[in-house]
Ligand binder design. Sequence first.
Ligand code: C5P
Length: 316
Amino acid sequence: MTEPLWGEDERPRLAAFGPVKVRVPAKINLHLGVGPVRADGYHELATVYHAISIYDELTARAADTLVLTMDGEGAGELALDDTNLVIRAARALAEATGLPAHARLHLRKQIPLAGGLAGGSADAAAALVACDALWGTGLAREELAHIAAALGSDVPFLVLGGTALGSGRGETVTPVLASGHQWHWVVAVADGGLSTPAVYRRLDELRENGEAPEPIGAPDEILAALRQRDPNVLAKALVNDMAPAAVSLRPALRDVLAAGDAAGALAGLVSGSGPTCVFLARDAAHAGAVAAALDASGTCREARVAHGPVAGARLI
Ligand code: C5P
């Protein structure tokens, strides 16, 4: 047990009366530089996170137990017990604040499972923000970020949103100054997910065997490209060290990337650890055309349009 943040009498009493609804985005990595594996088993990252307009929604209601239900993407496949990141997030917040972990939670998922879009981490971020409001914990953003980091490497970014630099194992986030520009993406959702640890392991193997390209290092080029607000410049700067490992585990991703290229996308990229691939478009109309061509190519389950950056987990 960690020490509760509030004494019994000083606890803020700002709890919501009605249901609380939180919307949380998916993330992609515009730059994903993966360093060597560390002593704790994680890899040191230099990444640029970017939140896009594919959302999960979490509704929290007052209750006298903790229970989770869900519908949408992955319903029936995802365990809803104590192993679920939503339940773990609610329990972590309760433990940190000394409050009972009581809430009836309902998750409406649109972010694919195990897709490299940080769907599970997004749901954990949503649970923190929703239970924080439902229980009136009065926690500061930094305290929430601290609890978020313990839940998963991507969770702090999904509380923050926008475009941000990620370092450490990804949990240390610094906002990138917003240029106000909206970027347009096509998200090619695959059939079935990839296990993130398995993709990291394959990357280590490829590197040990001298079969991986040189690590890409610092994200200077992408930061400069973001400032220029020109999609043709951004297209040239998108990079992902994990792509060869994801493609090695799922060779069909080559066909998805080729189909996006043939459809006229400015650039294609494996999202995080995959298997979702994302494509940069010139504008919303171009994104619609690329998505239609990708859908018709039969190389992915579904192609969706999205824009970014968007806000992190927020009450709606
Ligand atoms: O932090 P999170 O629980 O989301 O990470 C899932 C897994 O991904 C870790 O257990 C680890 O195997 C791998 N990982 C890694 N290096 C990172 C982030 C994640 O090796 N920076």
